[in-house]
Design a protein around this ligand. Sequence first.
Ligand SMILES: Nc1ncnc2c1ncn2[C@@H]1O[C@H](COP(=O)(O)OP(=O)(O)OP(=O)(O)O)[C@@H](O)[C@H]1O
Length: 399
Amino acid sequence: MQNVYKAFGRRPESIVKKLKEGATREELKSQGMAAVIDASFEVPQGEIFVVMGLSGSGKSTLIRTLNGIQPATSGTVEIFGQDITKVNSRRLRSIRREKIAMVFQHFALMPHRTVGQNAAYSLEVRGMNRSDREKKATEALNLVGLRGYGGQRPDQLSGGMRQRVGLARALAAETDLMLMDEAFSALDPLIRKEMQDQLLELQQDLGKTIVFITHDLNEAMRLGSRIAMMRDGKIVQIGTTEQILNDPANDYVAQFIQDVDRTRVLTAGEIQEPPVALLGSEQGPRAAHRLMRENQTSSLCVVNQSRVLQGVVYEHDIAEGVAAGKETLSGLIKPMPATHEDTYLAELMTAASEHAAGLAVIDESGKLLGVIPRVTLLNAMADPTPTSSVQTIYQEVAQ
Ligand SMILES: Nc1ncnc2c1ncn2[C@@H]1O[C@H](COP(=O)(O)OP(=O)(O)OP(=O)(O)O)[C@@H](O)[C@H]1O
């Protein structure tokens, strides 16, 4: 969307005109409400774009201009190349039906229909025949973990399960764009987290374009590829979690993020450092000793030829190995705790307290990507901002 305004009142166009001439929302209050002021953003395919702001900041109005339920007073709204502010209402209804799925806070399920019929609803509206839509609805229910529930009525399900039906209905529609308005806000915290995890997992496979509205910053940061922060109708900042945490655009955003538990949004990948030194496991204690001296470190990660992590060796063991004239590292390599790049810092607490050398960061196949020295991890816990520059002392493994 580009330069979108939405005003309510008797003469919305006049409110927008005055806004463009520099009037503030406050000054125009007697004439109506400027709910969205000059909003512009683009959401690439596959992104979860979160719109975040306090109650009344204009989030719901913004999302309604996106599906055309409340047409923008001014500006353009393009859905897959089609400007929906310029099409007639019939065409708009068809775009909404074919291209956009919605998930609402209060589920909006039809109580007298079965779960399966609810999930199939958007397909029914499209005129799909019964057997095809039942098949697709069942597939969608399976995807959200409701296998076998198709015959039940919504009131037989818990709140969390009802929201899964809402999600299944949106997925069954197989649209590329999904709009989610406070979709998880009515759920209790544990179920809410489960739903967030599920959405992230589904999104990995489905790669939809999602616009997700929330007033909860932690939710925004867990889900959002990027976040738009709204205040009084305006988008005051658009950025990734990291950008917003590290470089809040103004005091409003800064105040918002004050209470965020950063250990729950920062990941291991954001504080990892290049491995201090790597050593092919075929090398002996002398080589290890030399590398430790060169890099002024008291421990080394050990990897094999494929750079898969084998463990860690410590200075005192290596010194003993050298003294005993050992030719290999066998018996000297200790296990090293490892994590993945996308693990949240909060989940690394125990690792930090228990292990002297710190943590290795590995990929799916066990290859060493980086290390988090214990002191870095403890510092990050105490002051969780991502390290901006890391001194690179990187030693290639013998190939
Ligand atoms: N149909 C309407 N007529 C008049 N004013 C409206 C209308 N819809 C929304 N508003 C006003 O526009 C402003 C933005 O409302 P909106 O619902 O978009 O905010 P929000 O951020 O979604 O808040 P919430 O989380 O409480 O829904 C509010 O001041 C609201 O009162």
